[in-house]
Write a protein that binds this ligand. Structure first.
Ligand code: LFR
Length: 484
């Protein structure tokens, strides 16, 4: 048995999880949870990375105290965002991907490389916050930097001193050449960077999941009571670790459901067709050279941001379970396109749903229970459509959907996804990301061996999942059904 710490930063909360991994399975213990609250400064919306680092060290202190033989740690987080560094100092506080500074940069990039040509090079769905657009928005600020560190690489750097870019997360920047790997080594597309005026020299050396970065910096070890830990790389993009921690069968699709709903398939190689681009499918790098062929569905953000709006209105905190119980009894008077960009920025989501209804001549939901039901029905429809499209675009048959992450606890959402997709849904594990992180670490440290399927089988030994069977059958393929 080996014990490792998975540091997992989500968009709304972070956690340090101690995992016990061995040939008989995996056991997780969340030793520290903390909230992740972005900060609005005069120049835009930022992540409080220094505050997050303090919480991580605090979490690691609890982890070493609780686990005398803790051997290692690895970090994963959300993708695309970064700090600019010079001479080892952070010269810019990372922007939050929901900051809205990128619109002009998107136009500038597309004027140089049109969307089809960009897709052929990087294989990414168009998201206005992909790193490449943020960097072009940064413009002259890049001149002050000698290195760019993506968020999990920044944390790993502050822990170990290592400078690099882990490949699964680098694949979300838009600057990793999708034509390289999975068999050859991954490489930055420095030609693209140059075309866009991004200095290629700021892109640090790439490092694959499963590499050893080194020990803790002396002052970090001192904060942990003199304990040393081996820092390794995993799928540092949280979705890459979540997919690694999902017990996927050959005909399974997944929805990694938290703030976002990342819905898609694990493939051996990218799908770079024009149809895939138009359907907004991304080819992100997975652990062991796999491809994560998926689409970002807006996710539980719609619900959490609605809750925040109502809590502000009421001046008190509200109970999500009560709202969900109300939604289970309510009807959705309409469906809305959860991917409409109006829902991306923080703010009054219920008002935006009403505006959407008015614009589309649809009946708006009345009251909170109906709003929640409408969000969940629309999300489930988004998941179902995405999964059926992923199957059609990749030529793969899909028979089941695995829902992992916090969304696996939302029984109504899981049932509606089964109903709307016409497919069986298996829900869990909730902590798939921490599991995927820990499994890869344990393999790197030699505690377990085998390919990704062998690692997943370890999770399967102790996993208890909820089953949801469709109560209705999906009569017509969604691509040809008019839903929005
Ligand atoms: C999920 C996630 C998604 C990514 C989005 C922004 O936490 O990492 O995969 O598209 O956040 O980085």
């Amino acid at each position: 048995m080996t014990h490792v710490a998975a540091v997992d930063l989500g968009a709304t909360s972070g956690r340090v999880v101690v995992a016990e991994v061995g040939p008989d399975g995996v056991r997780l213990d969340v030793v520290h949870r903390f909230s992740n609250t972005p900060v609005r400064l005069p120049d835009g919306l930022h992540w409080d990375v220094v505050g997050l680092f303090r919480e991580i060290v605090e979490g690691l202190r609890s982890a070493v105290r609780a686990t005398p033989d803790l051997a290692g740690l690895a970090v994963d987080s959300w993708a695309v965002d970064y700090a600019l560094m010079r001479d080892g100092r952070m010269v810019s506080t990372p922007f939050h991907y929901r900051d809205d500074r990128n619109a002009a940069a998107v136009e500038r990039v597309h004027a140089v490389v049109d969307p089809s040509a960009l897709y052929a090079r990087n294989g990414l769905q168009h998201l206005p916050f992909n790193t490449v657009f943020q960097l072009v928005a940064d413009g002259a600020h890049l001149d002050h930097a000698d290195t760019l560190l993506l968020v999990p690489d920044l944390i790993a750097h502050w822990l170990s001193g290592h400078v690099g870019a882990e490949t699964t997360n680098a694949s979300t920047t838009g600057l990793l050449d999708v034509r390289t790997g999975p068999l050859g080594a991954k490489a930055w597309d420095t030609e693209l960077a140059t075309m866009l005026g991004i200095p290629g020299a700021i892109l640090p050396p790439l490092v694959a999941p499963g590499e050893t970065l080194g020990g803790l910096l002396p002052h970090v070890a001192a904060e942990l009571g003199g304990r040393q830990l081996t820092v390794t790389t995993v799928g540092s993009h949280d979705t890459a670790s979540a997919v690694a921690g999902t017990v996927l069968g050959p005909d399974d699709a997944y929805v990694s459901c938290g703030t976002w709903g990342l819905a898609g398939l694990e493939l051996e190689r990218p799908v770079l067709t024009e149809d895939a681009r138009k359907a907004s499918f991304t080819n992100e790098g997975g652990v062991d050279g796999r491809t994560r062929f998926l689409h970002n569905v807006m996710g539980l953000w719609l619900l959490s941001e609605s809750l925040r709006t109502w809590e502000r209105e009421d001046g008190r905190s509200l109970d999500l379970a009560t709202l969900l119980a109300g939604a289970a009894e309510a009807q959705a008077p309409m469906l809305f396109d959860v991917d409409d960009p109006r829902f991306l920025a923080p703010g009054d989501i219920p008002a935006r749903i009403s505006a959407y209804a008015a614009e589309h001549g649809l009946p708006a939901p009345q009251g909170r229970a109906e709003v929640v039901r409408t969000i969940l029905e629309s999300l489930a429809e988004g998941f179902a459509t995405t999964i059926h499209r992923a199957a059609a675009l990749s030529g793969r048959e899909v028979r089941r959907i695995q829902i992992v992450g916090g969304g696996a606890l939302n029984t109504l959402l899981c049932q509606l996804t089964a109903d709307r997709s016409g497919l069986e849904v298996l829900a869990g594990p909730v902590e798939a990301t921490a599991l995927g992180n820990a499994l890869v670490q344990a393999r790197t440290l030699g505690a377990v061996s085998g390919d990704l399927d062998a690692l997943r089988a370890l999770v399967g030994r102790t996993l208890e999942q909820q089953h949801y069977r469709p109560r209705t059958s999906r009569a017509t393929p969604l691509a040809s059904r008019k839903v929005f």
